[in-house]
Write a protein that binds this ligand. Structure first.
Ligand code: CO8
Length: 254
């Protein structure tokens, strides 16, 4: 994890294996987000990127899975889910910046971020069934929420790879960019916009959005009501409303 002003950059750095997620890589991501949580007050956004220019992440480490037992398989899925929970618990927006392959566990990692920005050179897929596996790091849970259950089933059963056009059309990718430099600049620009707003309110909105995902309407509404009520107890809400009424810029907490 490196810091660029108030933006944290988490780089998946194992380019020789197209950044495949070994348990060492997953532990390193977990550790990076633990450090981000410790430095929360100074971080307004997080970019997750892949090193090497060919891949975001080409999946879980296939070599490491050869010969694993069902118990070991369950444990690796649990580790993946722990990392996803850590990312979802991050106070600030986390943008998956995909430039190249985002496959299997790589797409699942991207899906555990708040949203995905990607370059024209990117491709996406859940190819696990081609290996006799199934998605184990949230693909059956988060992919249907983002692209809809039918499209998720089609992608998971076929294992086919989709390019940027289809990824954008399906809502998987929120914004596309010509190349990596434009991608990173666009992601930083978005974080700069976020940083204009109340950090307390952004964290509150994220908690509500993440907490409500997959719940019944009644439960989700109760979570939103709770978060909305909480906002009224914050200095940032008093400052934001006062600034609007006094026709001045707000000075939010840091
Ligand atoms: N694991 C380990 N090594 C990999 C992986 C991977 N997922 N992907 C690529 N590599 C390695 C290759 O073995 C190769 O290594 P070497 O040079 O030593 O032979 C190197 O990266 C470059 O790869 P290729 O030579 O294959 O490059 P190509 O350009 O020919 O192909 C592809 C690129 C299409 C991306 C190809 O590498 C590929 O199909 N990779 C596998 C994609 C895949 O099936 N991913 C899903 C894996 S299963 C999974 O993710 C389960 C998720 C559940 C996770 C639960 C816990 C986290």
């Amino acid at each position: 994890m490196t810091l660029d002003g108030d933006v944290a950059i988490v780089t998946i750095d194992r380019p020789k294996a197209l950044n495949a997620l070994s348990s060492t890589v997953l532990e390193a991501i977990d550790d990076a987000f633990a450090r981000i949580a410790d430095a929360a007050a100074s971080i307004r956004g997080v970019l997750v990127v892949g090193a090497g220019g060919r891949a975001f992440v080409a999946g879980a480490d296939i070599a490491g899975m050869a010969g694993a037992t069902p118990e070991e398989g369950r444990r690796s899925a649990e580790l993946g889910h722990r990392v996803a929970a850590r990312i979802e618990a991050c106070h600030a927006p986390v943008i998956a910046c995909v430039d190249g392959f985002a496959l299997g566990g790589g797409l699942e990692l991207a899906l555990s971020c708040d949203f995905i920005y990607a370059t024209d050179a990117s491709s996406f897929g859940q190819p696990e069934v081609r290996l006799g596996l199934i998605p184990g790091f949230g693909g059956t849970v988060r992919l249907p929420r983002v692209v809809g259950p039918a499209r998720a089933k089609e992608l998971i059963y076929s294992g086919r790879r989709i390019g940027i056009e289809e990824a954008v059309a399906s809502g998987l990718v929120v914004r596309r960019f010509a190349d990596r430099d434009a991608l990173l600049a666009g992601a930083r620009e978005t974080i700069a916009q976020v940083a204009q707003n109340s950090p307390v309110a952004v964290a509150n909105a994220k908690r509500v959005l993440v907490g409500a995902a997959g719940r019944s309407t009644d439960e989700a509404v109760a979570i939103e009501i709770g978060g909305f009520g909480e906002a009224f107890g914050t200095d940032d809400m008093r400052e934001g409303v006062a600034a609007f009424l006094e026709k001045r810029s707000p000075g939010f907490s840091r």
